[in-house]
Design a binder for this molecule. Structure first.
Ligand code: NAD
Ligand code: TYD
Length: 354
């Protein structure tokens, strides 16, 4: 048996692929364009593993996707591929429209053609799982209840709008064509292989480099953080037992303000890697210009996936963040290797004018 994964060289996708082989013998065909965010080093441990078939390509390349589907006859497709960074979507939304909307549309069309032609047993067993975000629901006020699956979509950034559009396409392909889809909307992930343009890895890497720790605005924006491996186990659970056509919110019941996250990371680094000259990494915290349209608060009501599918996260924030900091301390070469020209150029564009 085989599944087709898109975007499996990115942060969550590569964690998913690695975790999959720890619990399953099933082959993964991994289709990834290897944008700046895709990194085959994440999957280096699978170099000699026949169960992992890596294909470099675009999820919107119909000829390629058609060919992969026919050749590998997957029983499921899990769609991670996306442009995923809000700040990049603000500076340049075009790629987000192209990959997240047009790409998802083309993938859905290829999958629909493939699924329609399957023999009846395979057809009824087939699933298309679309990995999405809680950001499609918009921003919460402090006293609002967390997002449930019944919340209306109110995306505010080019990134979240493009993900919302892709979710709508997935929904429509089920309602109109009967494609057996599942959608997951997850909160902010953190953990190993997280590209250091996102808050937590950026703070770890900058702290160790003696650079400023940029906190947008007043730092009181709230996110609901989930350790990436818990997200992966939730996706596996939804793929196994989710009800066709349903969406499942995934979260860790762990709301934290950005500034508190930064203090926690600094505290762990002070303990494990004290600054050579003394003092605390907290001294590097710098409040910078806020992100335009910055959503104030995200929070996930994860009761549906808990009640229906019995899924719960394994990690608390305290255990997950320690594993994450430890991973970055133990893997400096991974960080060094992604400090390509493209990454440095992004960092100077984003923060030099902050
Ligand atoms: P990421 O940016 O780290 O990885 C995205 C991957 O997709 C990369 O490997 C990239 O090369 C690949 N890709 C980009 N465009 C492609 C294209 N046109 N064709 C094929 N591959 C392409 O993102 P991530 O953080 O791993 O997120 C994965 C998915 O999970 C995304 O759909 C994202 O919206 C969703 N999500 C992310 C978070 C989070 O906190 N990171 C939370 C909830 C949902
Ligand atoms: P990020 O990791 O970009 O994820 P998202 O925007 O998808 O939630 O950002 C998490 C939070 O941290 C968000 O409120 C923006 C904030 N942030 C900073 O304060 N400084 C930074 O340098 C970055 C990258 C993010």
């Amino acid at each position: 048996m085989t599944i087709l994964v898109t975007g499996g060289a990115g942060f969550i996708g590569s964690n998913f692929v690695l975790d999959w082989f720890a619990v399953s013998g099933e082959t993964i065909v991994n289709l990834d364009k290897l944008t700046y965010a895709g990194n085959l080093e994440n999957l280096a441990s699978l170099a000699d593993d026949d169960r992992h078939v890596f294909v470099r390509g675009d999820l919107g390349d119909r000829a390629l996707v058609d060919e992969l589907l026919v050749r590998h006859t997957p029983r499921a497709v899990v769609n991670f591929a996306a442009e995923s960074h809000v700040d990049r979507s603000i500076r340049g939304p075009e790629e987000f429209i192209q990959t997240n909307i047009v790409g998802t549309f083309r993938l859905l069309e290829c999958v629909r053609a493939y699924w329609s032609a399957l023999p009846s047993i395979e057809k009824s067993a087939f699933r298309f799982l679309h990995v999405s975000t809680d950001e499609v629901y918009g921003s919460l006020a402090l006293n609002d209840p967390p997002f449930s699956e019944a919340n209306t979509y109110e995306p505010n950034s080019p990134y979240s709008a493009s993900k919302a559009a892709s979710d709508h396409l997935v929904r429509a392909w089920h309602h109109t064509y009967g494609l057996p889809v599942l959608t997951t909307n997850c909160s902010n992930n953190y953990g190993p292989y997280h590209f250091p343009e996102k808050l937590i890895p950026l703070i770890i890497v900058n702290a160790l480099d003696g650079k400023m720790l940029p906190v947008y605005g007043d730092g009181q924006q709230i996110r609901d953080w989930l350790y990436v491996k818990d997200h992966c186990s939730a996706i596996r659970r939804v793929l196994d037992a989710g009800r066709i056509g349903e969406t499942y919110n995934i979260g860790g019941w762990n709301e934290m303000a950005n500034i508190d996250i930064v203090h926690i990371v600094c505290g762990i680094l002070d303990e494990w890697r004290p600054k050579a000259g003394g003092g605390s990494y907290r001294e590097q915290i710098t409040f910078v210009k806020d992100r335009p349209g910055h959503d104030r608060r995200y929070a996930i009501d994860a009761r549906k996936i808990a009640d229906e599918l019995g899924w719960h996260p394994d990690e608390t924030f305290e255990t997950g963040i320690r594993k994450t900091v430890r991973w970055y301390l133990d893997n400096p070469e991974w960080v060094n290797n992604i400090r390509s020209g493209a990454y440095s150029a992004w960092v100077s564009k984003q923060y030099d004018t902050a």
